[in-house]
Design a protein around this ligand. Structure first.
Ligand code: NAP
Length: 279
């Protein structure tokens, strides 16, 4: 199948690597000529160009640009596509994107691979990024079944675990497990950096090990992506942050009142709950 990838960064480049290895012919389009050349050299695309009209030959196009550019890019793209081309995107927020694109392109289905690293750009592309990770599709009742089937087949080829839900439920769910952790992890780093005793701060930086590595990982990732999540999933993220502030206040209260039994009960509850989210 001819598959187009628009936006050759971490996600677009990684998709290109895996889909090429499945035998698909990958047409890559990105903003910078140097990225297009690197995409070919790294094996992320068979042909690559800054000219969006290259994608006229694609049967399916994955839009993998930063969130804020997905809709404007689709608007440019559709002038070059035959009406049967299936278009999907990988944006981390779904409601505003699906709402804006559905009236413009019938064969569109929103998507979100739940996989990433702290790096960005074409050099960050890695093979098997999506394998065994969730990949969410957010079709509408009006989405043509053939378009859904074609994208589902590609998702299975990536080795990902497929889920369907509405764009609105997707955005609320990812607010809890992706957008909220991004903000909490950033605040954790900021709180540690507020230590005014330089000796203590330096010691903390030297002592930081696996626990801090795990809890600060997403806070150390791509800032542009986190700003986009906050901008485009603002209400759900605010709800999650307000609930989180309430949970923090409860912890502070228990510790201030030296209520160790209640604190232990709370920590037992979270210890039991964690495996419901991740292994
Ligand atoms: P990224 O590494 O920064 O890649 C985005 C790429 O888009 C850039 O490398 C850039 O390539 C290209 N680009 C920028 N403007 C463009 C334009 N106007 N036309 C064509 N290409 C353009 O970001 P990413 O992490 O792959 O994220 C891409 C999308 O995936 C976002 O919508 C994000 O929400 C979603 N997503 C990200 C993650 C994650 O953890 N990172 C996970 C799931 C989904 P040039 O070098 O050519 O400028």
């Amino acid at each position: 199948m001819n598959i187009g990838i628009l936006g050759l960064g971490l996600i677009g480049g990684s998709l290109g690597l895996d889909l090429r290895s499945q035998g698909h012919y990958i047409l890559g389009v990105s903003r910078r000529e140097s990225t297009c050349q690197r995409a070919i050299a790294l094996g992320c695309a068979d042909e690559s160009s800054v000219d969006i009209s290259l994608l006229a030959k694609a049967e399916v196009v994955f839009i993998c640009t930063p969130i804020g550019l997905i809709v404007p890019t689709l608007e440019q793209l559709i002038a070059h596509l035959p009406s049967n081309t299936v278009v999907t995107d990988v944006g981390s927020v779904k409601t505003p994107i699906v709402k804006a694109i559905a009236p413009l392109w019938d064969n569109f289905i929103g998507g979100h691979p739940m996989a990433g690293t702290a790096d960005s750009g074409i050099e960050a592309a890695i093979p098997n990024l999506f394998e065994k990770n969730p990949y969410v599709l957010t079709p509408l009742p009006t989405t043509p079944p053939d378009a859904i089937t074609i994208v589902e087949k590609i998702v299975y080829e990536l080795g990902a675990t497929l889920y369907h839900c509405s764009p609105e439920d997707h955005d609320k769910a990812v607010s809890w497990i992706s957008h909220l952790p991004g903000m909490i992890s950033s605040s954790l780093i900021a709180a540690c950096m507020s230590e005014t005793d330089t000796n203590v701060l330096q010691l903390a930086q030297k002592f930081a090990s696996s626990g801090f590595r795990d809890t600060s990982r997403v806070g150390g990732g791509n800032p542009e992506l986190k700003v986009m999540m906050a901008r485009y999933n603002r209400q759900a993220l605010l709800n999650s942050l307000q609930q989180y502030r309430h949970n923090l206040d409860e912890l502070i209260h228990l510790i201030e009142h030296e209520d160790w039994a209640a604190l232990e009960q709370q920590l037992q509850f979270t210890q039991k709950a964690r495996p419901k989210f991740v292994d």
